[in-house]
Design a protein around this ligand. Sequence first.
Ligand SMILES: [Zn+2]
Length: 216
Amino acid sequence: MPALAPFPGAAFFHKGQRSPVITAMGKRLVAEGCGKYRTGPGPEWTDADQQSYAAWQRKLEFEGADANGIPGKASWDRLRVPTATPAPAPGARVASPVPGHRVTTPYRKKGSHWVLGYHTGADYAARHGTPCVAVRDGSVVRSGHDTSFGDFLVLRVGGFDFWYCHLSEQTVKGGPVKAGRKIGEVGSSGKATGPHLHFEKRPAGGGLRSNVAPDW
Ligand SMILES: [Zn+2]
């Protein structure tokens, strides 16, 4: 029995969104006899996904706006979409994204200086230049710069993205990496009061507000 994918929020489902969660959802819709796909479900949110989801909502006897094809929590939970994250391979786990360093500011801590009023990831304070490593086998799918997050990397592992922020160095800018491989260095780029790694987890492709507890 695989773990179930938590409802990522209705705002997650929009044109241009790509995520393995959407593929897993599509496969479940097909299994429920609600698939309206011409070429089979894929990772990108399309009209066919919306039409298929609407068929699922009607199957549940939802009506009107509740059957508009945009997933809601009630219908999502009943669809039982399996999480796309593979089971961790033995030995593929590392103890910390900043080896030798522990969380110094926890996830969900409240504070008015954070954009959402709480801390959306976990911070690991460490000296400038301390190595940051891939927490699991995965692939670096994004590297870039953001005014808040500074220089960042996104490590995709199954159905989730791990964001490595405020880096001073992006060692790996893309492609597959093994757990434990150095991918960047701690810094204080972007909005940071001192050198630390801000480590955030989201459903793959998820935006601001889609954060979940940063475990791996
Ligand atoms: Zn932080």
